[in-house]
Design a binder for this molecule. Structure first.
Ligand SMILES: [Zn+2]
Length: 158
């Protein structure tokens, strides 16, 4: 993530997500359950996800950190944010690696993850909330699973 372009869709994306959460009323998950669930889904897309409890944070986050095992996505998710939709929002950052971070590729990945791993109803609600809040997403060349390839000196996303 270069962060050069302004993250124009950020507030629209948050507004759409809040609306969707209000309509679908997602149950809160226990940290361990959420952590295991999220790691399992990350594996399907070749993303190594570590989940931290995000204690003291006002917002959940997703970042990339080099570890002895390579580069890992670390998702920090405070107690109030422990539901499947917010978890998919953060995982979409790790999979899409979009720039700006709430760009069209991220939005498309978020929708895809919610449809596949949360439910059709949640997907349909999120999609219409995104439309209503004017969040844009790519509708072609949808990112499927990405391949993390080991190369000299690092890891490369394909
Ligand atoms: Zn985000």
């Amino acid at each position: 993530m270069k962060g050069k372009k302004r993250d124009m869709q950020r507030s629209k994306a948050y507004a759409a997500e809040r609306l969707c959460l209000g309509i679908t009323s997602q149950p809160m998950m226990r940290f361990m359950d959420l952590s295991i669930w999220l790691r399992g889904i990350g594996k399907k897309y070749n993303v190594d996800v570590f989940v931290k409890d995000g204690r003291g944070r006002r917002k959940p986050s997703c970042g990339w950190y080099p570890t002895s095992r390579g580069i890992e996505a670390i998702i920090k998710i405070p107690r109030f944010a422990r539901n499947k939709i917010i978890a998919m929002h953060e995982l979409a950052h790790a999979i899409a690696r979009d720039d700006p971070i709430h760009g069209r590729k991220w939005a498309n990945t978020f929708l895809m993850l919610v449809k596949k791993h949360v439910g059709y109803h949640e997907w349909a609600v999120l999609r219409s909330c995104m439309k209503g809040c004017r969040v844009k997403w790519i509708t072609h060349n949808a990112p499927k699973s990405q391949v993390l390839r080991k190369e000299e000196g690092g890891l490369v996303w394909e």
